[in-house]
Design a protein around this ligand. Structure first.
Ligand code: SF4
Ligand code: SF4
Ligand code: SF4
Length: 179
């Protein structure tokens, strides 16, 4: 079994948005929508304030409310790495998953189905990195198998400090922000 995830080094991210542009191009994301985006968040108190720049996307949660609430089974865990995907043909566009996601990661595609980051599974299954990871000029994103103790991502998660987004939501996100 594999369990895909990303480790994203917030110290090295410069907010250039190359990852956002790469995703839009690779996945033909329609005008006005995004599968990934950049967030800036300040931590600490004056004068010790730290600004974190993060590239965000679907967290491919292990306990995904979007999968649990889907009435048709269109939202599901893919066999490859537990990636959370939407089967477009089974999606009825009811928006239950959009409302259930604590990370605002989903939108309804103009063609009527729920859409979001797929971890570029079409590339990953060919042995390539996701598009966003492959273009990052500072190489701050690492994609890989969290269940393989020898993978680069496992070693990063073991050796660095990290946080996940909204841990209180109980979704067990698969994206680790290295600090
Ligand atoms: Fe940050 Fe890399 Fe995305 Fe640029 S491409 S915003 S450095 S994650
Ligand atoms: Fe579902 Fe949102 Fe988690 Fe992605 S981030 S798996 S859309 S709950
Ligand atoms: Fe977009 Fe692919 Fe990156 Fe997901 S993994 S944000 S679909 S480029």
């Amino acid at each position: 079994m594999s369990r895909f995830g990303m480790a994203i080094d917030t110290v090295r991210c410069v907010g250039c948005m190359d990852c956002v542009v790469a995703c839009k191009t690779e996945n033909k994301v329609p005008e006005g929508f995004n599968r990934d985006w950049i967030t800036e968040e300040a931590f600490g108190n004056f004068p010790n304030i730290q600004l974190e720049i993060r590239t965000e996307r679907c967290n491919h949660c292990e306990e995904a409310p979007c999968v649990d609430c889907c009435p048709t089974g269109a939202s599901h865990y893919h066999d490859t790495g537990g990636v959370v995907l939407v089967n477009h043909n089974e999606c009825i566009g009811c928006k239950a998953c959009v409302a259930s996601c604590p990370y605002d990661a989903r939108f309804i595609h103009p063609d009527g189905y729920a859409d979001k980051c797929t971890f570029c599974i079409h590339r990953v299954e060919k042995g390539e990195d996701p598009a966003c990871v492959s273009v990052c000029p500072t190489h701050c994103m690492t994609f890989g198998d969290l269940d393989d103790p020898n993978s680069k991502i496992s070693k990063l998660v073991k050796s660095r400090k990290w946080h996940v987004l909204k841990p209180e939501a109980g979704t067990k996100p698969h994206i680790y922000y290295l600090t």
